[in-house]
Design a protein around this ligand. Structure first.
Ligand code: AMP
Length: 398
């Protein structure tokens, strides 16, 4: 693979797989442009070098071919604005004559946006012929779509075989994601704490197992902590519990002990008499929750207990909220952890927040720019932490 930042794109057509899967409202206005903004530095570098940019992406989940609702044409105007008024052309078919002809007539400094890749079933099937047709549009292929890196689709992985190693590379989004994930998984300075929360143990087993090989401490919060409490013989009332994962929880605790990894469970909880924003609330030890009550957030002591571990860690990985942070009464724990991670970062630790709801939480509570890195790829980052090889990364590197 080639290194994006040291490549000169002068006179070259850069075919860039971006993740422009943004939410649109009923009148096709973009309601969150984070993903488009993220790709701007990559696009600008190619344009500033005197190159031509050809963008390909998916949008939504079209089922039966082309559909107005999922057309990327709705993004043209905003994309051009974000690029400082650069000319953005559009091809209403991502392959075929028009796309080929437009691409061949473009001038340096111009951008061509191709129509939604998923209007062809071949994209998700990873069809080789479809990938080959796409590949003809560019001189180099850049993968900058971390959000789909865990999928072996035509434009994210299969296309790689049509470009020699020196003409394949990561864009700046991918470079950042891969570098920060590698830093945590393979070059972590110790102590290394992984903070794992969220609803279910079953969703996080593979991550925890992989982290048992790497971390010095694992903090377990959120709904999943109660399955562990129950496994240890605690009373958890009506708290979330995956009965069929109790053995798994015990196995994880046993493995951690054998490996010398310290597992931290919340000593106390904010409890509620129902799963609702207006529930009555109280505090209780997490292993002694009265019947009829449920733990919906970590308690004050647990916040202090976890914050202390975080403060003494040099590397921090955070995935999953500590409680039902969507409801005001149960967001204190997640906020306290976000604050502790931000403070540790300020004192020189490296912190990576990745995967779904913890990213939403750091954004919501205003801590996104106080941690070292916030990952944009939910599912992709989860699979990375599980230790899997991501096809969109391997395709560029191999
Ligand atoms: P996940 O997608 O697995 O990271 O889970 C995130 C969800 O877990 C959020 O919607 C939280 O509201 C929910 N959650 C966190 N803590 C609890 C809890 N103690 N009880 C029930 N749900 C929880």
């Amino acid at each position: 693979m080639s290194k994006f930042s040291s490549h000169n794109f002068k006179g070259q057509k850069a075919l860039i797989r971006v993740d422009f899967n943004v939410p649109l409202n009923d009148t096709f206005e973009i309601t969150d442009d984070t993903r488009i903004k993220a790709a701007v530095p990559t696009i600008k570098k190619v344009l500033n070098d005197g190159g031509i940019v050809i963008l390909m992406s998916h949008l939504g989940r079209p089922k039966e071919g082309p559909a107005e609702k999922y057309s990327l044409k709705h993004l043209i105007k905003h994309l051009s604005e974000l690029l400082g008024g650069a000319r953005v052309l559009f091809a209403n078919d991502c392959i075929g004559e028009q796309a080929g002809l437009t691409a061949s007539m473009m001038r340096p400094g111009e951008v061509l946006l191709l129509e939604n890749l998923r209007f062809y079933k071949e994209e998700e099937k990873g069809d080789e012929k479809f990938a080959e047709k796409l590949s003809k549009l560019g001189d180099v292929w850049i993968n900058d779509a971390f959000g789909t890196a865990h999928r072996a689709h035509a434009s994210t992985a299969v296309i790689a075989k049509f470009f020699p190693a020196e003409k394949r590379m990561f864009g700046l989004v991918m470079e950042g994601e891969v570098a920060s994930a590698e830093k945590v998984l393979h070059k972590a300075e110790k102590p290394f704490v992984a903070i794992i929360g969220g609803a279910k143990v079953s969703d996080k087993i593979l991550i925890i197992e992989n982290l048992l090989e790497r971390a010095t401490d694992i903090i377990i919060g959120g709904g999943m902590a109660y399955t562990f409490m129950k496994a240890e013989g605690g009373q958890i009332g009506n708290s979330l519990c995956e009965q069929d994962r109790i053995d798994t929880a015990l196995e994880i605790l046993r493995k951690a002990e054998a490996k010398g990894v310290c597992i931290h469970l919340p000593s106390d909880s904010v409890i509620a008499d129902k799963f609702a924003a207006d529930a009555q609330t109280s505090m209780a030890p997490s292993n002694n929750i009265p019947s009829g009550w449920m733990g919906l957030d970590i308690g004050i002591n647990a916040c202090e207990q976890f914050s202390n571990v975080i403060k003494h860690s040099k590397t921090i990985l955070w995935n999953g909220p500590m409680g039902v942070f969507e409801m005001h009464n149960f967001q204190h724990g997640t906020k306290a952890i976000a604050k502790a991670v931000a403070e540790a970062t300020e004192s020189g630790s490296f912190s990576l927040v990745g995967g779904g709801d913890s990213v939403a939480a750091v954004n919501q509570f205003g801590y996104a720019d106080k941690v070292s890195y916030v990952s944009t790829g939910g599912g992709a980052m989860l699979e990375y932490f599980e230790g899997k090889t991501l096809p969109g990364i391997a395709a560029v590197q191999e």
